[in-house]
Design a protein around this ligand. Sequence first.
Ligand code: FAD
Length: 475
Amino acid sequence: MNDPVDARRRRLLGGLAASPLAAGVTGCGRRTGPEITDVGQIDRTIVDRVLRPASERDIARALADTRLPVSIGGGRYSMGGQTACPDSLHLDMRDLRRLVRFDAADRRIRVQAGMRWRELQSLIDPHDLSVAIMQSYSNFTVGGSVSVNCHGRYVGKGALVNSLRALRLVTGEGEALELSRDAQPALFAAVAGGYGGLGVITEVELDLDRNDRIAREAEFVPLEIYPDWFRRRVLDSGDAVLHNADLSPPRFDQPLAITWRRSDAALTRTERLVPEDLDYAREQNLIWAASELPFGDSVRKKTLTRSQLHDRPVVRRNLEASLDADALEPRTRRMSTYLLQEYFVPERHFAAFARRLQRILAAHDANVLNVSIRHASADRDTLLAWARQNVFSFVLYHKQRNTRSADRAATVWTRQLIDAVLACEGRYYLPYRPHATREQFLQAYPEAEAFAALKARIDPHGRFRNALWDRYLPR
Ligand SMILES: Cc1cc2nc3c(=O)[nH]c(=O)nc-3n(C[C@H](O)[C@H](O)[C@H](O)COP(=O)(O)OP(=O)(O)OC[C@H]3O[C@@H](n4cnc5c(N)ncnc54)[C@H](O)[C@@H]3O)c2cc1C
């Protein structure tokens, strides 16, 4: 294995010397017009125009008024052009964010798709209710989350579709359809996790959960026994609400298992939700130090790991569910960008994949800040499910210079990781960089053929486009 301290030093010097390249700009020959980018800020796409619809009628009218391709953006936290298509009409959904219906007694809510989780939490928190399934951060739109069929740290809950009751979809012809497990189930199953390829989601109806009081505990667990340990101590425990296990550099071999359990203990923090405009300079500086300085790993151990092992916070679930992704943001993306990847591995292949991951990251000297392990139950609902059976997921958070050569280097090790997960009968997650080859995509998602057939029926003129479907949709 390469010496991690030397590797950090090399990267720091390399980064200072390299001149940041302009990110790749895509547009069919035209170089003027609004530019769409995403949180990773690697791809920039020139579109024809941007519309911020405030109602479903605005969307239907816009679709009737143009024959341009249509791309759809929510929070734009996907990282590989999933929200953009050159010369398209771009629908920026963030103004479509009203509450449609809320039944606290029945624990159910219906909202417009551009609403962010954090706004939804403000509506339900006074009723002591929580979002049942969502990501680890609260910045994403509900429609963008349904479109990737996200998941979080919720024990035994799996993908978002498990809390999805119904949705409304506007098709390319401007027709609004109500979809659920009873109403057009095949289309419902394809739109959830369908990355905006079939139409515009305008409303989403979700089950909610209780805003329990939860207490955190953390311990190191040997890698080889982690799956058994997880089943006994977390999945079957009856009181675990949130769980993940962190693997830290340089060796990624010792899971720090972090579990939040229901608790009656006194709250150590009484805030109900994370405020929206906090300053995260300290957190951002710590991540910079951990990822850039030669002794970054000891910075991490002294701060984050120590506090996770020794502090015992007791909070309301909504506080932990309303974390702000700004805490992870770099101070600037001029030199480097922070990116995510995720691999889903059937339970029985956990250790084999973990070993391959360690080898590939070490061989390529990848600047991975953290690998977070989670568990998800099988998804029997969606067409493009990322979990056909119960899986452990490995979420990589890595840092990359803003140069073409750095993106090419990441492509090499990412393809190796995809080969590794395919060899373990697993899949990789689609909202991130589109480094996979077409063959890898089709091997991971053979149901894409059925998705393409359905798209040909629902969207016969292929109006809904983005970089993901332009690159991978079977023709
Ligand atoms: C810091 C960070 C942490 C993350 N953590 C997690 C995590 O814990 N779990 C997880 O599963 N994922 C996670 N993700 C990935 C995240 O869930 C996805 O990127 C998700 O799509 C973000 O929602 P968004 O509103 O930004 O969607 P966008 O990125 O805007 O859109 C994603 C896709 O959905 C489509 N879309 C958006 N809105 C609509 C709509 N109304 N109708 C039809 N199509 C639409 C877009 O066209 C695009 O294809 C994380 C990402 C980041 C950057």
